[in-house]
Design a protein around this ligand. Sequence first.
Ligand code: SAH
Length: 277
Amino acid sequence: RAGDLHQAMALAQSLIAGPSAPQGLVWLVGAGPGDPELLTLKALRCLQDCDVIVHDRLVDPRILDLARRDAARVCVGKAFGAPSVSQAHIHDILIDAARAGQRVARLKGGDPFIFGRGGEELAALRAAGISVHVVPGITAAAGCAASVGAALTHRDYADAVTLISAKGRGGRLPLEGRALADPRQTLVIYMGGAAIEAVSAQLAEAGLCAHTPALMIENGTRPQQIVLRCALNELAALAKAMPLAGPRLLIIGEAARGADAARIESLVAMAGDRVAA
Ligand code: SAH
């Protein structure tokens, strides 16, 4: 009406383009140890809301089935012995998707901040100016202990629980030089499945009694869960005799003695053929 054709064209074009593309964001979401019922409501809401799910190999397929049906799924899984996507590449995938305006769920096994490199992803996203939120998850220690009724702390026998990784940077065993021999402490060892002999030797060297009760839980909270309960000095030989079929968690200390034997036997019976083999 003002006769300014040039400005009218610009105005019309901006109305056609709509509001400027929204900035995407990333949720670092804990998927828990496997059982889909151990997801938090917040994690479920994220899965149903996000445009892209970037997930680890550790995430149970039944959980991925709960995600928005049309969400893109990107596996950046790290599996022992298999080639994996580098951490820097994972950061790039998350940053690029968010910059393209997508809502991204970075779905990780257990809790994102317990041996999940969630801290590194959080820092990289923040440095790139991407908004990022964290949804905690049930860590393997809590899920596995619950599945066999082993209380990780108890006023009678354990005042402390230590979550520790058997895999450090550059192949280092982070157990070295730590106070591991306290009999009133429960040790929960992550990523110890492949290095079980070295782990057991290190625990013995640290002064832990050879008869300390030990549990090895493979595929905790999943249908194929198996549990081995023995003394610390038997652990490596027995665990090595069982073919590795999933993530393994070690629980060492009096807490392991308290594990529900009937429950363990039924789990082992379910996995019968494999254990017999
Ligand atoms: N962020 C995860 C841990 C990632 S490190 C968490 O909070 O649980 C991977 C290690 O976690 C595995 O090597 C194994 O020791 C342990 N783990 C994860 N899920 C497991 C499961 N369902 N059963 C047994 N161990 C599990």
